[in-house]
Every structure is written in C-alpha cells, then in structure tokens.
Design a protein around this ligand. Structure first.
Ligand SMILES: *Cc1c(COP(=O)(O)O)cnc(C)c1O
Length: 490
C-alpha cells in the first residue's frame, strides 16, 4: 500500500531492542539551522535556537519480533524500553528504568494506563490516573525526573516557563514543585481554565513555583512564552527551559502508551486505530511517532471542539486562524497547534527550508499554504472530527446512559469521533481518555445529573489557599516576574 510505504518503511532485519540501545540519537530542528543535539540538550533547550522544533534525525524502529517480546511487560518497563532509543546514551538505560518506575508508582491504577472496552472494537485508554488527573502527567512525571538527573549531573539550574490552557500547567507544576534545580513559572489565560484546573496549579505552595494569570487567551500565553525564548539576553540570564508540549522529551514519553494499547490489541500482527482529542497536536504526534517506529497504526482521528482549525485543514486544506473561542473542552481551545510543525516537517519530506518558509508565512498571513501533495499524505492517515458543545454534552449523556461510563468533555469528543468514523475491516479503535471527569464537574452535571467526586487525595482542593499573580498581556511585565522568581535565592 502506497501510503503505508511512505509513512513507515519497515526495513527487513531492522534492529531489535539490544542493538537500538547502543545507538546515539541526534536531534535536528524542523527549520534546519543550528547543530544537531543529543537528548539531554534537547530536554533542557525545549525550543530549538532557530525557532523550530527538535525532531529525531531518524526514526528508531523495533522489528515485529522486538515488539512482540514487549507484550505483557509492566507499563513502566515498557515505557523505558520504548523511550530508550530516543534517550540514549544521554540517559543510561538503568537510570531510565528507575525514572519510569518512580514516575508511575504514584498513579492511581495498577495498570497505569488501563484499557476499557466500551463496545465491539471500541476501547478507551485511560491516561488520567496521575497526580493531576490528566494525560499530561504520564509524560510530565518522567520529565521532572529526567531534568533532575541531567541538571544534577551537569551541576546546573534552569527556569522553566510554560503556557497552559489548563492541564499542562498543573502537570508541569506537580512534576517540578520542590525540586532543587528547577524554578517554574506557568502562564494561564485568566478566567479561561476550569476552577479545578486553576486550583490544581495555584494551590501548590512550593517556593520554586510561580503562577501567572495572563489577561489574554491561551494563544497569547503561548506567544509570550515564545517571545521569552526569542529574547536571548533574558533566556540566558534566567536559563530558560520548557516542558510544554514542544519539548521533544514529552512526545517521547507519550509514545509508550500507544505501544501498550497496540500490543494489548494484537500489534504488531493486527492493525489498530487511535482517536485523540487534540489541542497542541502533541498527543496525536506521539501516535504518529509510534507508527514510524513500526507499530501498525492504521488510522488516526484528530478530535476538535468548535476551535476546528485541524478539522478544517484535514477536510479541505484550509489552515486559517480564527479567534479562539471558549468551549467545554478548554484544553483544546487552540487555533495554532504548536506541534503541527513537526507533522508539517514530516509531510514536507523533512525539508527544513520549506518548513521554515511555510511556518513564517503562516505567522504573517494567518493562513498556512500546505502543498496539496503534503495535505494528501496527512489525509491518508489522519481524519479530522469536530464536535460543538451541545454535541459533546449529548455524547457524555448518551455514553453514560448506554454504558455507565463517565467521559470528560475532551474524552467524549474522541469517543464520538470513533463512533462517527468507524474504520473498515474491524480494526479496533482506541479513544484516548485525556482527563478524569471530576475535572469538569459542571459539564458532567449538566449531561448526567451528577457531579463526579474528586479522588480522595484531592477531596480538599477547594479548601486549599491559592497563590497566583494577575498580569497584563505584556512581555516586559511577565519577564520581570520570572526574573524575580529565578533570582530569589541569589
Ligand atoms: C492537553 C490536553 C489535550 C490536548 O492534547 P495535545 O497534546 O495538546 O493535543 C486534550 N485533552 C486534555 C484533557 C488535555 O489536557
């Protein structure tokens, strides 16, 4: 099949696990400037120096027998093996195993990322059993520990800044709070996150954590973060770093759960499809990566709410920015998906000049001109799906009535997409459950009549004191606050 050959050439006799371990992965920028870096460099840098995103120079692949040998492993061990080709040799395998074991020990389910069957050929994979009840914990709990390991080895400190529409921030804060060598400042759009999401960030009292509520949208927050990185004097002064979804290590740490689901459903001997509620395109890009590593991912569905730029792109090659509108699924209230540049780079045959040109053009015109051939390549694997708030609420209600399952608004969009776009040939579809329903009690109550309780460890969230600063959408004001955080011990 033509599309399959283009996307994941499975070389015969390609390396199994042992030989992959010895390889030294290098990372290049999607915009082609600057030297290749190793995993530790990419981890600490976040964004590449030329404004591009880091990508592995080539895709590591596991042979079918190497994949088969990973069936049935505990998730932490599987995660270490799947990440090792990306992390080595910066992170020795034994260290990675320990990091993964510790990262997932605190999850609220023994399978870490359990699969639940909802119907014939329809599954959800629950990615929300971590400390902040959202899928970002799966990667963040690994990332905080990777940072600690590398910074201690290099005797350095960093200041992490990030923009969040809700979940990234709390997951990053949980991963970094109280760590010796990290300060963390998280920007969120004031008034546009749910109360639970905000409180999960602002009730963390650690001295190395600074929450900033920006008077603007999530895209404004993201632009401020990009502007801080572009301000080289500031960047060097506070030793800026990022853990948001542009950080390659986060993508790498999200690949293992796709592998776990695929292997459980018969891969590499049986195809599988994934339906992913999509915002910054980080989660779904990890599924793309899993396919490039040799897993038979036959199809991907990118779910959107009313902020449907990706659905419009996939349907009609219309990638034009509209104003961000709030919805029931705030973590998907995004117009510019920061990880889309990684997909674009792949679709353009990894041509960095074409990628840079397209992205700069997109920035200045608000419309991305993707060549038709590249668009067709995207469509051979990825389908878009859009669901407005009324449809989302109806899906939550329907699912609860039919199966008793409680899906949060993000997850419900993925499930609705999987039902609306059934694949051919009985290929199972796994909808990624990205948040615990208790994070969105109002939407759940409207749809089902009751508010799902928070798990016991968070039951007192609304009694805890909040700590945050409200600032205008102004780079200088934000930089002053971040400097104060970074300099507080000097
Ligand atoms: C972050 C998030 C998403 C979007 O994931 P991306 O990697 O940004 O595409 C979807 N659902 C929830 C609950 C999230 O927290």
């Amino acid at each position: 099949m033509q599309a399959r050959r283009w996307i994941a050439p499975l070389r015969s006799g390609c390396s199994g696990y042992d030989s992959v371990e010895a390889a030294a992965m290098r990372y290049i920028s999607t915009r082609g400037l600057g030297p290749a870096q190793d995993f530790a460099g990419v981890l600490l840098a976040g964004l590449a120096g030329d404004g591009g995103l880091f990508m592995p120079e080539s895709w590591p692949q596991f042979s079918p027998s190497a994949w088969r040998a990973m069936r049935g492993l505990p998730f932490d061990e599987l995660a270490a093996r799947v990440m090792q080709p990306f992390a080595g040799p910066s992170i020795p395998f034994g260290v990675l195993q320990t990091i993964c074991r510790e990262a997932y020990a605190g999850f609220g389910h023994p399978a870490v990322v359990p699969l639940v069957q909802l119907g014939t050929g329809l599954f959800v994979q629950e990615l929300f059993h971590g400390p902040t009840l959202a899928f970002k914990d799966v990667a963040m709990q690994v990332l905080g520990r990777l940072f600690d390991y590398v910074l201690t080895r290099e005797n350095r400190r960093v200041t992490i800044v990030g923009a969040t529409s809700g979940d990234t921030g709390s997951a990053a804060i949980e991963a970094c709070a109280g760590r010796d060598r990290i300060d963390i400042a998280i920007l969120h759009p004031s008034g546009r996150t749910s109360a639970v999401q905000r409180r999960q960030m602002t009730t963390v009292q650690a001295a190395n954590v600074c929450n900033i509520a920006v008077e603007g949208t999530f895209d404004d927050c993201q632009d401020l973060v990009k502007a801080m990185f572009a301000d080289t004097g500031f960047r060097d002064d506070v030793r800026l770093s990022a853990v948001n979804s542009i950080n390659w290590a986060r993508i790498a740490a999200q690949i293992p759960y796709y592998a776990a689901a695929a292997l459980a459903l018969g891969a590499p001997d049986r195809d599988v499809a994934f339906s992913v509620p999509t915002g910054n395109f980080g989660n779904i890009f990890a599924a793309w990566a899993a396919r490039r590593m040799g897993l038979p991912v036959a199809r991907l569905i990118a779910g959107s709410n009313r902020n449907d730029i990706l659905a419009r792109f996939l349907a009609s090659n219309d990638m034009s920015i509209l104003p961000v509108e709030p919805s029931l699924s705030p973590s998907m209230d995004i117009q510019v998906s920061s990880n889309f540049e990684r997909l674009l780079f792949e679709l353009l045959d990894r041509d960095p000049d074409a990628t840079a040109r397209t992205m700069l053009d997109f920035r200045s015109t608000g419309r991305m001109a993707v060549p038709d051939a590249a668009w067709h390549r995207a469509r051979t694997l990825i389908q878009g799906f859009r669901l407005d708030d009324a449809g989302t609420e109806a899906e939550i209600r329907r699912l609860h009535a039919a199966t008793g399952y409680l899906a949060d608004p993000h997850t419900a969009i993925g499930i609705a997409a999987a039902r609306a776009l059934p694949g051919a040939g009985g290929i199972p579809v796994v909808a990624m459950a990205t948040a615990h329903p208790a994070k969105f009690p109002d939407a759940m109550e409207r749809a089902t009549g009751s508010r799902p309780p928070l798990p016991p460890r968070m039951a007192d969230l609304f009694q805890r004191a909040e700590k945050f600063t409200v600032l205008p959408n102004d780079l200088a004001a934000i930089e002053t606050a971040v400097r104060a955080l970074a300099n507080r011990n000097r």
